[in-house]
Design a protein around this ligand. Structure first.
Ligand SMILES: [Zn+2]
Ligand SMILES: [Zn+2]
Length: 313
């Protein structure tokens, strides 16, 4: 079931096997070790920060696939469509991790649950996140009640409401009862309770920052990680964001988010191998990768990746 749910990994694995086979023939004379296929894949579903939809980028969300099982981190508007573009079958989802309850991190949750169920979800699905999450899930399922009842009556489906479980996280640390090692930390998103998550998979460790200003807890959580996926803000460009309904927006951004210069210091302090910039603010298409990376590079000498939608790492 899990293997058939994902077409992308099967294609990748087949390609890797072909590559590995060719290498193995050459290796008979050189005795080079045969590369093994990766057991973890990271797909950036979206890379834009903030609630305003954009033609250039989808809102920030990530998918970690571990031994064929997809784990979703954040669920903004349009996540169902981005998962389809990443060749992930929605009914394969078992676990969704929400960093915090700003709309650009959870506005797609109700839609995803209904659409995954409509596409055939018939196994339990667990959503984890900060306090307040359970009420949102309940309200989304209540809003979907007519669709759920039509399809149960007319199509004979199991009740979606019996498949969905919300888990509100109250304490930092390891998260129990998961098929993969995950731990979390409270980061510094000003007044908004926000979780960063760390996944220690069989071959690589990944940390997802959530939205945060520089946070010692994030540095501790990310210590020595293979891949840190962190939000980034380009301070020199935030003056270009105008919203007359939010007169305190600039002040909010500076208190709640991390500039590229600060991010370089964070990645260096955490000694991560690879830093992925995502949740880009502002996400204007004319800002180049070099502009995003410049502030980071002043402090961090590991690998820097400026995220793009559907990029695989
Ligand atoms: Zn955000
Ligand atoms: Zn936020």
């Amino acid at each position: 079931m899990m293997g058939s749910a994902l077409t992308g990994p099967r294609l990748t694995r087949r390609a890797l096997m072909i590559g590995g086979g060719a290498l193995a023939i050459a290796a008979k004379s050189s005795a080079a070790p045969r590369p093994s296929p990766r057991r973890s894949r990271l797909i950036l579903l979206g890379t834009k920060g903030g609630p305003t939809p954009s033609k250039a980028r989808a809102p920030a969300a990530d998918l970690l696939v571990i031994d064929g099982q997809p784990y979703l981190i954040d669920c903004p508007d349009g996540t169902s469509r981005q998962l389809a573009l990443a060749d992930v079958q929605l009914p394969a989802l078992r676990f969704i991790f929400i960093s915090h309850l700003h709309s650009d991190h959870m506005a797609g949750l109700g839609a995803l649950l209904l659409l995954a169920w409509g596409a055939g979800l018939d196994t339990p699905i667990t959503i984890l996140g900060p306090p307040g999450l359970a009420k949102i899930v309940d309200v989304e399922l209540a809003a979907g009640a007519p669709d759920i009842e039509y399809r149960m009556r007319e199509e004979g489906r199991a009740d979606l409401r019996s498949l969905v479980r919300s888990v509100e996280i109250h304490e930092a640390g390891p998260i129990a009862d998961l098929p993969v090692r995950v731990s979390c930390a409270w980061v510094n998103h000003y007044t908004v309770p926000t979780l960063a998550y760390r996944f220690d998979t069989p071959d690589r460790s990944f940390v997802f920052s959530g939205d945060t200003a520089p946070s010692p807890a994030l540095i501790t959580l990310a210590s020595g990680a293979d891949v840190l996926v962190h939000e980034a803000m380009l301070e020199s460009a935030i003056g270009r964001i105008a919203n007359e309904n939010a007169p305190d927006l600039r002040e909010h951004l500076l208190k709640s988010h991390t500039t590229t210069d600060e991010l370089g210091r964070i990645a260096a302090a955490a000694r991560v191998k690879t830093l992925v910039l995502t949740h880009l603010v502002p996400a204007f298409p004319d800002i180049t990768d070099d502009q995003w990376a410049a502030g980071v590079r002043r402090h961090f000498h590991g690998k820097i990746i400026v995220g793009r939608d559907l990029m695989e790492i």
